[in-house]
Design a protein around this ligand. Sequence first.
Ligand code: KIV
Length: 282
Amino acid sequence: MRSKVTIQNLHNKVESGQKITMLTGYDYPMGLLEEKAGIDIILCGDSIAMTVLGHESTLNVDMETMIIHAKAVRKGAPTAFLVGDMPYMSYQISKEEAIRNAGRYMAEAGCDAVKLEGGANMAKTVEALVNATIPVMGHLGLTPQSIAQLGGFKSQGRDCSGALKIIEDAKILEEAGISLLLLEAVPPEVAQIITERANIPVIGIGAGPYVHGQLLIVHDALGFFDAFTPKFVKKYLDLNSVILDALGRYKEDVEQGQFPEEEQCYKLKKGELEKIQKELAK
Ligand code: KIV
């Protein structure tokens, strides 16, 4: 088994020019597979609200649900760097609630860090979490918990003022103490400027190639979620088709009496059927 992935390992990767790999993971089986594949960072993301729970945005998932899933991922992936995504309204109301909820990710689920969305407006919360010994990953660009303000799932930082705001927010978050930064759906040039100025690992999802590492939502990468597919997704598998084919063959087998066959049946011990029949005949 590889040794535990730490912030220090991630910094070492950046220094030696190796790219950091990150995927979302929501449960034990995917944790196992991502661990086996050697993925560095697993994000138990609030995207679970859409990919697993069938909601239309990431707003509909609470802390209890996230803790259950983060625990399951940790069981499957003991050495990956596990990031617990702070769900909507688990950190915005007060610094105290943010610390309490983030602390649950660390103590109950065994996370290595928590992620929260927002820039300068979250600097004081980041400081409070870091002072409470909780490592934080920042998240800038397209921040899905703000879709009501952003007007939907739209790329960000595509004009000068938008880009400068994200560049400034990145600096403020780093000064506030974040250990890692995630940039979502921003042009590569903007991500490059932020990455070159940063002293922490910068991971991109839809932020081009010049960042220190890449994140994809695992259900997008595997073709297991097709409600919509963002421009930045590369599909490595069409899992929906694979599963649909298997389900169809199962249905056909059952309907045509071809499942179960002898090899899927338990055997009665020798001579026991005769005994049963004798007993029933009495
Ligand atoms: O919840 C999540 O998966 C995320 C990504 C969209 C970055 O926050």
